[in-house]
Every structure is written in C-alpha cells, then in structure tokens.
Design a protein. Sequence first.
Length: 249
Amino acid sequence: MATYRANFYVSTAFYSQYNLILLGGAALFSLASASVWPLATGLAGELLWLGLGTRLPPFKRRVDARRDDERRARLEGELEHGLRGLNAEHAARLSSVSQTISWIGIQSPSPSDAAERSALQELETLRPAFLRLCELREKLLARGEEFVQCPPDREVAALSRAYAAEKDLGQRFTLHQGVKQAQKKVGQQTRYLEVLRQVEHKLLLVEQSLARLSQQREQGLRGADLAKETQAISMHVLLLPALEAELDS
C-alpha cells in the first residue's frame, strides 16, 4: 500500500501541467540553442522534483485532497443516479444516511491523522453500499408481491389434488413434474423471505450504528477509535455481494 501511494505521488507530480510545461520548455530551449545543457538542467531539476518534492507534506496533502474530491464527486454521481430509481421510503433513508456521513466528515475537514483519514474514506463507501442494500430490498419486496399474488403452497396443493385424481399416466407424469416445480418455488419463497429479513436487518444496523457514531464524534472520537468503529459498521455490508449474486441467480 505504501509503495502504491508513493508511486501515485510520483505519477501525479510528473503528469502535472506545470511540470510537463517546464520539462517540454527545457527540451525546446535545448533544441533552439543547439546545446544539451538546458535539457540536462531540466532533467536534473525533474529528478530533484520527483525525488524530493513528492515527499513534502504540503504536496501530499494537496494531492490527497484532490483525490478525495474526485472520489466524492464520483460517489455523488452514483448516489444521484441511484436516488432517482428508489421509491420514496428508500430515497429518504439513503438521504438521511448520506447526511449523517457528511456531518461526521465535517468534524475534520482536513484530518492529519492517517487512521482518521482512512476511516472517513471508508465511511464514504457506505453510501453506495447502502444504496445497493436499498435496491436489493426493493427487488425482494417486488418478488415477494409475486409470491403473494400466486402463493406457491396453494399451487402445490392444487397440483397434488389433480395428480391424485388423474388416471392417465402421461398426464400424471406432467402433473408430477409440476408439483416438483411448485415445491421448488416454495423453497425459493422461504429463502427470499430470509434474505429480505437479512437486508432489512443490515439497513437498520447501518442506520443505528451511524447515528451512534455521530454522537461519539460529537464527544470527540478521533483517530484509531474512529477507524475501529467504522470497520465495525462496514462489517454489516460484507455479505452484500453474495446476497446480490444469490438474488440474480
């Protein structure tokens, strides 16, 4: 992770607009003067800049702040798009969670502690995770309505009665297959209801945990303690990809 961050700082420093202008200017001046010294001087300055300048705390803070702004802009775009597809209940819950996370972050606009900064970044990832939970719950509720309109257990009972009364072997085989399919739907309904309970529980846990964290933040929670509490909240959405995959299947 440390190596990745160091490489990121170097890459950002090299591809910055002013650095490329100065480096290109040195190369052009070297060509115009038919001398290698301007280019050599520019390369020496480049090595000094990339080797020392990228280690300066002010440079790192500026790069980190810009990267955080870009990440927040992407998240805001995802949330805005996701909000338009949610019903009123879930849109209100997502907006409330987003406001709580924003308020927690406002307490330290430019945190210097690495653990606190990492915790605030992890909190930001809860916004899209909460959005996905809301979307998953809506899908489960819609599927549940289908089960209510066409209860699988009634279908099993009706097909079983028809199977018992049928004398034709061909029809009995068809009805038997229908009974097995309907019984499979009963199992799916049971699992759907279980997943729905899990999702509702996770949504509630995230909301309650963030509310508690907000209160702790008011009381001065910082650094490693904030990171510990944030990780505990993130644990509530760890199984989200597995639940989504199961619903899709």
